[in-house]
Write a new protein. Structure first.
Length: 90
């Protein structure tokens, strides 16, 4: 069965928390703050629509931020590979 999970989105969305996507070291994540009453977002992400930078965790990543996430992915994989190679000599 093909995965319908969106890239840079956590595997599980916690619907009681803020629905803003976060950077999370280039992996994408969900804000861990609680929502404000009557809002999908915490006070920080709801103020001035700051959630729009990374998008909603249940929606698409904005195009500009998607390119940044994608650019961070190879660098993260490269660092992990270098770490694995270095540990082989220990």
């Amino acid at each position: 069965m093909a995965s319908t999970r969106k890239p840079f989105t956590p595997e599980e969305i916690e619907w009681t928390l803020c629905l803003a996507r976060t950077w999370n070291a280039g992996r994408g994540g969900q804000c861990l703050r609680h929502r404000r009453d009557g809002s999908d977002f915490c006070a920080m992400h709801g103020a001035g629509d700051k959630w729009m930078v990374h998008g909603r965790v249940d929606g698409n990543v904005p195009e500009k931020k998607l390119r940044e996430f994608e650019a961070a992915t190879p660098a993260r994989k490269r660092r992990r590979s270098e770490t694995c190679e270095a540990s082989a000599f220990l």
